[in-house]
Design a protein around this ligand. Structure first.
Ligand code: TK8
Length: 358
């Protein structure tokens, strides 16, 4: 049953045009998982406002809509969620603060700006820690990750579930980048790169010889358009659905960090919900996170190909080239591993190893 399913038009349109050209399969948006379970008894009516950073065509929005559909269907319309995309209510940092004061019900930030609430989350910001998606998913589903979600308790924010933002790739408007030297620039100046508001990311780009500038995501497009920054780094799906190819000529598949998203609800809102509704919200968050990961996976390579078709010159780095980046950011580990916690890093590495193929 997909009674409330909508908002698939933009992407479906774009997808049709590319048929026959793309190598990666076009993401299938027509068929989100069926919504199962009975309609709950009447425990009052609530309309929840949810602010997100990304556009209507993003996996983040589409899965949030699925979350809304689950609540609507399972409560006969008594729990409704209004989603405000494109950072229109604020950036990740601001929206988390709005959750604390209760002026916003829900948001869906990256883990990186949320490290001010739960320091352990910074482990996700360590470069090249999670070698593949399988490992990243295992980490997000681990007890360690649940402990991080629980760590929000008392902050005014209840963290519901991890999902995929994804492997971050570098784009810029100045030159093709194949090596750390291309970032730093030998005869020319280092690239000015927008980073998320997070000290490890700042350290990564400083170490690579760039001029990092932390900035809210919502300001990024116009900052690139006006040449305030040369570039940025985000997963291909975000680069595509945010139309960054309009202002960025070059992309490099650096995969330097895998960052998750975290779906969150204000503790004030949470406390107003009946226990039955709370349980539903938690369950729906998990289901939509799973769907988000599925969509994000389907989007990843496909988005890169779409960007190439739209004229972005994308450099696929070979193992040796990736190793050069890995080596160059070693000082980031030296600086941050003791602060983030060697035990925590070892815990994550254990999970990674348990997933790697023999
Ligand atoms: C969207 C952000 C964004 C993140 C960033 O709200 O800031 O670059 O990757 O997707 O969370």
């Amino acid at each position: 049953m997909t009674l409330f399913w909508r908002n698939t038009l933009t992407l479906a349109g774009a997808a049709t045009l590319s048929l026959g050209l793309a190598h990666a399969q076009t993401p299938d948006l027509s068929d989100p998982p069926a919504i199962e379970g009975d309609v709950l008894e009447d425990h009052g009516s609530h309309t929840l406002r949810m602010g997100i950073g990304l556009a209507e065509s993003s996996p983040q929005y589409l899965s949030s809509q699925y979350f809304a559909d689950i609540l609507e269907q399972r409560t006969d319309g008594r729990l409704t969620v209004n989603i405000f995309p494109n950072s229109q209510l604020g950036d990740d940092v601001q929206m988390m603060e709005m959750l604390q004061t209760g002026s916003l019900d829900m948001t869906y930030p990256s883990s990186s700006p949320a490290t001010t609430y739960v320091e352990e989350l910074a482990v996700f910001d360590l470069p090249f820690l999670l070698p593949n998606r399988e490992a990243a998913i295992a980490v997000m589903q681990s007890d360690t990750a649940q402990r991080m979600l629980d760590g929000f308790e008392g902050s005014g924010i209840k963290a519901l579930a991890f999902s995929e933002n994804g492997y971050r790739q570098l784009t810029n408007s100045a030159r093709p980048v194949e090596s750390p030297e291309d970032v730093a620039g030998l005869d020319v100046s280092g690239l000015t790169i927008r980073t998320m508001e997070n000290p490890v990311h700042l350290s990564i780009w400083q170490t690579l010889g760039a001029n990092p500038t932390p900035m809210a995501f919502g300001e990024l497009f116009s900052a690139m358009e006006q040449g305030v920054v040369d570039g940025q780094e985000n997963p291909w799906s975000t680069i595509l659905t945010s139309n960054f190819h309009e202002v960025q000529d070059y992309g490099s598949e650096t995969r330097h960090v895998y960052t998750p998203f975290i779906m969150m609800i204000s503790e004030r809102t949470w406390e107003r919900l009946a226990p039955e509704y709370q349980e539903l919200v938690q369950e729906a968050a998990r289901q939509s996170a799973e769907y988000e990961i599925q969509l994000a996976t389907e989007y990843d390579d496909w988005s890169r190909e779409q960007l190439e078709e739209k004229g972005m010159q994308i450099t696929r780095l070979n193992d040796e080239q990736i190793a050069a980046f890995q080596e160059a950011v070693q000082p980031v580990y030296d600086e941050w591993a003791p602060r983030i916690g060697e035990d925590l890093i070892a815990e994550i590495q254990d999970i990674v190893e348990s997933t790697s193929n023999p």
